[in-house]
Design a protein around this ligand. Structure first.
Ligand code: ZN
Length: 156
């Protein structure tokens, strides 16, 4: 799988580390797929399960550039992910990238889950914000179209 930024997708990325050391990465693809649910974490869950079946992400740790929203947190829970680590908080992501937000994000959604999912973050928030600010500006200007590419390790 190779994903590019042809349609001006946001720069958010999710990386899934699955027990046994399989690693998958997915970018946000809302614009390129014309799908408002194609946040990086949602794409990550869909592509991981498409490749490895419904239990593919069981016990995995997902690293996200930004705090997963409520929709993505629910998807990660349903995919049986054990841990979520994020860089920028939802508040910081909203400040940088704008867009609509829900009043709760990953930590609050998963706090009452029937199966524990550890949530850690924000980590390196200032550094993540700096990267996201530059990338968001370049994405808005069209400068990054076609320049971002992620691939599954086995496709390289
Ligand atoms: Zn989301």
């Amino acid at each position: 799988m190779v994903a590019t930024n042809e349609a001006g997708d946001n720069v958010c990325t999710g990386i899934c580390v699955i027990p046994g050391f399989d690693i998958a990465a997915a970018p946000c693809r809302q614009s390129s797929l014309a799908d408002c649910t194609a946040h990086a974490e949602m794409v990550l869950v869909r592509e991981t399960q498409a490749r490895g079946g419904p239990a593919a992400a069981q016990g995995a740790t997902v690293y996200a550039s930004g705090e997963p929203c409520a929709m993505c947190a629910a998807a990660l829970f349903r995919a049986d992910v054990s841990r979520v680590v994020y860089a920028a908080s939802q508040a910081e992501m909203t400040r940088i990238m704008g867009g609509p937000t829900l009043p709760i994000a990953a930590r609050a959604v998963l706090a009452g889950a029937s199966r524990a999912v550890r949530v850690d973050g924000p980590w390196l928030e200032a550094e993540a914000a700096a990267v996201l600010q530059v990338a968001a500006a370049r994405t808005r200007s069209g400068e990054l179209r076609g320049r971002l590419a992620l691939a599954w390790p086995q496709d390289r």
